[in-house]
Ligand binder design. Structure first.
Ligand code: 1YM
Length: 638
C-alpha cells in the first residue's frame, strides 16, 4: 500500500485510537481482553446463525496461540461498499462502528463493551487474515500490525459453487496484551454456553496446541436452554422430572425461559439478552420473578394448600432450589448500570410476565402432583426463613465482645480494614504457629477446629447454628442475608491457609462453598485468597530456600554449583503444623515474601455446577476434582 487517500488515513487514525486506548473498546488488556477478541469474531458468526444462514461454527486455538474462527454462513459481502469505495470485507475490518453491526439489523448487541466488532480485533492484532467462500470463489485479504492492509481482497482460488462461509484468523498483538496464551477451559465454558443459548447451532472448539486433541469438543443442543438447566442440575436431585420450557414473541422481541426445581437450597437464576449474561438482571428477569410468586400464591390458595390465615409465600421462598435460565433476544436492547449488566427496556417486563404466567399456570394445572411438591418446598423454605431470621438476629446481637469468640479469634490491632487481613487456618496447632508468626498489627488469625459444615446440604438456619460458621460471620463483620453489608467487612484480605494435601483442599472447598453461597459479594470484590505454603525446603550452608512446586525446586537445584547441590538437604514439607512460627511467617505470611492466590469466581454458572459436583451427593467426581484442582477454582469446568 503506497497511495494512501484521505479515507485510508481516517481509517488508520480510527484504528490507532483503539490501540491507544484499548480499554475503552474491550474493557481490559489482561487475559480477559485477550479472550474477548475471540467473542467479537464469533459474534459475527452467531449473528449469521440468528439470521438463519449459518449452522456450524468452529473455533481453533492454533499452535502459536493465534485463533481461527470458521462459519458456514453467507460469507461477508465481497463487493465494493458504496460509502467507503473499498470492499465490504475490508470495510468491516477497518472502519470503527460505535457499537452495533455494520449494516444494522439483527439482534446484535449495541452499547457497552460488546459488539464493537471486527475492526477492533484487527486494530489489536499482529496480523489478521479473512477468507470468504462465495459464488464458487475463494477471496482473501490480509492485515498486519494493527490493521494495516497488506493484501487487498483478492480471488485466490475456486471452491464448490454451493460452498459459502467466512474464515478469520488473527494473532493478538503481544505489545497490547499482558499475556498471549489462550486458556482452553475459558473458551470451552463460553462456547458451551453459546451452544445452549442458540439451539441447533453446532459449535466446535479445538486446541491445536495439544497434539492429542484432534477432534476437539463439539457442542450442539437441540433442547437449547432446557439442556442448560439440565446441565446445571446434574448431580442435584430434581423435584419434578420435566424441565418447564416456555417461550413467546412480540414485536420481534423473543423471550424464553426454562426451569426446574431441585431439593437444594440455593437459587440459580441466570438471564441473558442477545447471548450476553445480564448478571444484574433487568426487566426480563423482573417480569418472570413477579409472575412466579404471583402464580404460585394464587394456585396455592385456590387449591387450599395455603390456608386463608397463612401469609403469602415470598419471593425467596418460591425460588429456593430453583434453577432457571431466561433468554431474551431483542433488536434494540438498552443496557443499564455501571457494568451494563442490566436490561432496561420497560416493554420486556410485561412480555416476560405474560409469557411466563400463562405457561407456568398451565403447567401447574396439568401437573397437580408436581405443583404440590413445588409449593410444599416453598412452604418449608418459608418456615426455615422464619427460623433463620431468629438465629440471624442472635448472631447480629452478639458482637465481638460479648461472645466467647475472642478465645478463638486473635484479632489484629489495627481497626482499619484497608490494611487488615484475616488468616483462616486449618487446625489449632497451625493456628498457634500462625499466631506467633504474624504481624499482630495487621494480621488476624482464626483457627478452625473441625471441618466446617457443608452449606450445600444445609439451609441457612442450620448453617447459622454451626460454631465455625458463626465465628466466621462475626469476624467478617458484614452480617449475612438481608443484613449483609459489604462496606462493614473488617478485613481487606481473607486468606485461607490450609495444608497442601487432600484434607486441606477439602476444607478450602468447604470454605469457598460457604463464601460462594453466603458471602458472594466478598468473592466478587476480590477479597478472598488462598495462601500457598511451600512444598519443599532446600538447605545448604546457612541458606534456606523454599519452593512452591517440584519444578521450581529442580530449577533452583540446577542453578547451584555442583558441589553445593550435592550437599543440599531437601525436605518435603508435610503441612502447616510442621513449620515453626518463624518458618511460617517467612514462607506463607510475610507480606513481602509470600505468594497468595486470588480466588476469582470467573464464571458463576460453571462455578455452581462444580460446587454441586464437589459438594453434592456424588462422591467420586468430588474426590477426583479435589485431588486435581487443589486450589484453582478459576477453571471450574470438569
Ligand atoms: C468468522 C467470522 O464474520 N461471518 C459473517 C459476517 C457477515 C455476514 C455473514 C453477512 C451479513 C450480512 C449479509 C448482513 C457480516 N456482514 C457484514 C456486513 N464470521 C463472520 N457472515 N451477508 C453476509 O448482515 O446483511 C458484517 S459481518 F456488514 F458486511 F454486512
Amino acid at each position: 500500500m503506497d497511495d494512501y487517500g484521505v479515507k485510508d488515513i481516517q481509517v488508520l487514525e480510527g484504528l490507532e485510537a483503539v490501540r491507544k486506548r484499548p480499554g475503552m473498546y474491550i474493557g481490559t488488556t489482561d487475559v480477559k481482553g485477550l479472550h474477548h477478541l475471540v467473542w467479537e469474531i464469533v459474534d459475527n458468526s452467531i449473528d449469521e446463525a440468528l439470521a438463519g444462514y449459518c449452522n456450524n461454527i468452529e473455533i481453533i486455538v492454533n499452535k502459536d496461540n493465534s485463533i481461527t474462527v470458521k462459519d458456514d454462513g453467507r460469507g461477508i459481502p465481497v463487493g465494493i461498499h458504496p460509502k467507503t469505495g473499498i470492499s465490504t470485507v475490508e470495510t468491516v475490518y477497518t472502519v470503527l462502528h460505535a457499537g452495533g453491526k455494520f449494516g444494522g439489523g439483527g439482534y446484535k448487541v449495541s452499547g457497552g463493551l460488546h459488539g464493537v466488532g471486527a475492526s477492533v480485533v484487527n486494530a489489536l492484532s499482529k496480523w489478521v487474515t479473512v477468507t470468504v467462500y462465495k459464488d464458487g470463489k475463494v477471496y482473501e485479504t490480509k492485515f498486519e500490525n494493527g490493521g494495516k492492509i497488506v493484501q487487498k481482497l483478492t480471488v485466490v482460488g475456486d471452491c464448490e459453487p454451493n460452498r459459502t462461509g467466512t474464515v478469520v484468523s488473527f494473532k493478538p498483538d503481544p505489545e497490547i496484551f499482558d499475556t498471549d496464551i489462550y486458556d482452553y477451559e475459558t473458551l470451552k465454558v463460553r462456547t458451551r454456553e453459546l451452544a445452549f443459548l442458540n439451539k441447533g447451532l453446532r459449535l466446535t472448539l479445538r486446541d491445536d496446541r495439544d497434539e492429542e486433541d484432534t477432534q476437539g469438543d463439539i457442542f450442539l443442543y437441540e433442547g437449547g436452554i432446557s439442556e442448560y438447566v439440565k446441565f446445571i442440575n446434574q448431580g442435584k436431585t430434581p423435584l419434578h422430572e420435566d424441565i418447564i420450557h416456555l417461550n413467546g414473541e412480540k414485536n420481534d422481541i423473543q423471550f424464553e425461559v426454562a426451569m426446574q426445581y431441585t431439593d437444594g437450597y440455593s437459587e440459580n437464576i441466570y438471564s441473558f439478552v442477545n447471548n450476553i449474561n445480564t448478571h444484574d438482571g433487568g426487566t426480563h428477569e423482573d417480569g418472570v420473578k413477579r409472575a412466579l410468586v404471583r402464580v404460585i400464591n394464587s394456585y396455592a390458595r385456590k387449591n387450599k394448600i395455603l390456608k386463608d390465615a397463612d401469609e403469602n409465600l415470598r419471593d425467596e421462598d418460591v425460588r429456593e432450589g430453583l434453577t432457571m435460565i431466561i433468554s431474551c433476544k431483542h433488536p434494540n436492547p438498552q443496557f443499564e448500570g455501571q457494568t451494563k449488566g442490566r436490561l432496561g427496556n420497560s416493554e420486556v417486563k410485561n412480555l416476560a410476565d405474560n409469557v411466563f404466567a400463562e405457561g407456568f399456570e398451565q403447567f401447574l394445572l396439568e401437573n397437580p402432583e408436581d405443583a404440590r411438591i413445588i409449593i410444599n418446598k416453598a412452604i418449608l423454605a418459608r418456615n426455615a426463613r422464619i427460623a433463620a431470621k431468629k438465629a440471624r438476629e442472635a448472631t447480629r446481637k452478639s458482637d465481638l465482645a460479648t461472645t466467647n469468640f475472642f478465645g478463638k479469634l486473635s484479632d489484629c490491632k489495627s481497626k482499619d480494614p484497608s490494611e487488615s487481613e484475616i488468616f483462616i487456618v486449618e487446625g489449632d496447632s497451625a493456628g498457634g504457629s500462625a499466631k506467633k508468626g504474624r504481624d499482630s498489627m495487621t494480621q488476624a488469625i482464626l483457627p478452625l477446629r473441625g471441618k466446617i459444615l457443608n452449606v450445600e446440604k444445609a439451609r441457612l438456619d442450620k448453617a447459622l447454628g454451626n460454631e465455625e460458621i458463626k465465628s466466621i460471620i462475626t469476624a467478617f463483620g458484614t452480617g449475612i442475608g438481608e443484613y449483609f453489608d459489604l462496606s462493614k467487612l473488617r478485613y481487606d484480605k481473607i486468606i485461607i491457609m490450609t495444608d497442601a494435601d487432600v484434607d486441606g483442599a477439602h476444607i478450602r472447598v468447604l470454605l469457598l462453598t460457604l463464601f460462594y453461597r453466603f458471602f458472594r459479594p466478598i468473592v466478587e470484590a476480590g477479597h478472598v485468597y488462598a495462601a500457598q505454603p511451600p512444598l519443599f525446603r532446600i538447605m545448604h550452608g546457612k541458606t534456606r530456600k523454599y519452593t512452591l512446586t517440584e519444578e521450581e525446586k529442580d530449577e533452583y537445584l540446577a542453578s547451584l554449583p555442583e558441589g553445593v547441590r550435592n550437599r543440599a538437604e531437601i525436605a518435603r514439607m508435610k503441612g502447616l503444623g510442621e513449620m515453626d512460627a518463624e518458618e511460617l511467617n517467612e514462607t506463607t505470611m510475610d507480606i513481602n515474601k509470600r505468594v497468595l492466590r486470588k480466588i476469582t469466581v470467573n464464571d458463576l454458572i460453571a462455578a455452581d455446577a462444580i460446587f454441586e459436583k464437589l459438594m453434592g451427593d456424588e462422591v467420586e467426581p468430588r474426590r477426583e476434582f479435589i485431588e486435581q484442582n487443589a486450589v484453582n477454582v478459576k477453571n471450574l469446568d470438569i
